[in-house]
Design a protein. Structure first.
Length: 140
């Protein structure tokens, strides 16, 4: 009888340990990453020229931009002028200021940019030749 009780306690103890291991949720490593981490591609450009707003794909204005945002708070942007095939690379750091805003700071003399989340895109508002530009980046 003592052996039966001892074995039952052992089985019960083993069952409790197994159940606690099965019911403990494990957080995936990806859950710890900021959603901005990944590869982002310029998807479309909205331009306002002389009061008229036009939305075009980047290829129509000779641009191809890919930004790789890393978990270590660094980024690399590859900017290709598709009409001249000239490629530039920019590196720097990024910092999230709130749930919808990320600030990227280039290494050296580059222009600090603010990315604002809108739907599934991150938007950079800028100007070119005095005209307003809204650049929409989509995650790849």
């Amino acid at each position: 009888m003592k052996n039966l009780i001892k074995n039952s306690i052992g089985v019960l103890f083993l069952a409790l340990i197994s159940m606690s291991l099965l019911t403990t949720s494990c957080k995936k490593d990806d859950d710890d990453l900021d959603e901005i981490v990944g590869t982002w591609k310029l998807h479309e450009v909205e331009m306002k020229i002389l009061g008229v707003t036009t939305t075009v794909p980047p290829s129509q204005i000779g641009m191809d931009i890919t930004v790789v945002i890393n978990a270590d708070k660094t980024y690399t942007a590859t900017i290709i002028n598709t009409s001249t095939s000239k490629t530039e690379t920019e590196t720097g750091t990024w910092n999230r200021t709130d749930n919808t805003t990320v600030v990227i700071t280039p290494t050296g003399d580059g222009k600090v940019q603010t990315l604002i989340k809108e739907g599934g895109y991150y938007i950079v508002n800028d100007t070119h030749d005095g005209n307003a530009m809204k650049m929409k980046y989509k995650k790849q």
